[in-house]
Unconditional design. Structure first.
Ligand SMILES: Nc1ncnc2c1ncn2[C@@H]1O[C@H](COP(=O)(O)OP(=O)(O)OP(=O)(O)O)[C@@H](O)[C@H]1O
Length: 257
């Protein structure tokens, strides 16, 4: 069953010079998939994520998430749709410093007035899955970057969203923390069945995905799938990036092991 289906998506930013950021994008993500979006800087990755996540409307084209068109919803229903159906993870974590880790994680359930017993059970389940049960009473400034991002992932999946969207989730992390965070996405995907769409520049992070879609100049350029071996997939990603990624500068930020 498809969770995300986009067809004929176009996004044009008007200004002194108009930018055609997305050109005729067709894309389907099935339930339980873990999909990465890669491409050179300015290729349209964040624009695609913003259009899918209903932050930025397309000029033309269709977006269906779990068989409904979020752009047809009223403002109020769209806010509820985002909170219940979508999970978001950002590069800079977006946690509230005044709250504990536990309070940050249950925030979406608090907003939906869920009973305390349900919140507690779900908190236990997601924090065990992401291996952060021992930091629940800490403030976000007392924990590491990797722990902050795992807290953000826990907050994003506690509502069991149909689609988890992440924009450069390892962009602010060192390579060790990046691995731990990507293992957390993989755990959410494999053990909780969460469908994930993740934008990244980082081939190591991307190697945890099952399928990578490459965008260039706002168009779909290539697609590769992972087999059994993550190391082989990592090399395949580097090869594809060097073919589609444009100039060698695009590869300058690659972290090797
Ligand atoms: N709000 C905006 N107004 C005008 N142009 C924009 C806006 N947002 C993005 N663009 C342009 O649209 C194109 C795609 O940008 P986008 O941010 O989606 O690329 P990206 O692949 O995510 O880049 P990066 O990897 O550098 O984050 C770029 O040419 C960018 O300059």
């Amino acid at each position: 069953m498809s969770i995300l289906h986009v067809k004929g998506l176009n996004k044009i930013y008007t200004g002194k010079v108009a930018t055609h950021a997305l050109c005729d994008i067709d894309l389907t993500i099935d339930e339980g998939e873990f999909v990465g979006i890669m491409g050179p800087s300015g290729s349209g990755k964040t624009t695609l994520l913003n259009v899918v996540s209903t932050i930025d409307a397309p000029n033309t084209g269709m977006v269906r998430i779990n068989n409904s068109d979020p752009y047809k919803l009223s403002k109020k229903d769209l806010a509820i749709f985002r909170r219940r159906q979508l999970g978001f993870v950002f590069q800079d974590f977006n946690l509230l410093d005044t709250l504990t880790v536990a309070e940050n994680i249950v925030l979406p359930l608090t907003l939906d007035n869920k009973p305390l017993t349900e919140m507690d059970a779900k908190l236990k389940q997601v924090t065990a899955l992401l291996e952060i049960s021992d930091i629940l009473h800490k403030r976000t400034y007392e924990i590491s970057g990797g722990q902050r991002q795992r807290t953000a992932i826990a907050r994003a999946i506690i509502t069991s969203p149909v689609l988890l969207l992440a924009d450069e989730p390892t962009g602010a992390l060192d390579s060790k923390s990046s691995r731990v965070v990507m293992e957390s996405f993989a755990a959410a995907n494999q053990q909780k069945g969460t469908t994930v769409m993740l934008v990244t520049h980082d081939p190591l992070a991307a190697s945890y995905c099952q399928r990578i879609i490459f965008i260039k100049d706002g168009r779909l350029a290539a697609e590769i799938r992972r087999g059994e071996n993550r190391q082989t997939f990592f090399q395949k990603i580097i090869d594809t990036l060097s073919f589609w990624g444009g100039h060698s500068g695009e590869l300058s930020s690659i972290r090797i092991q």
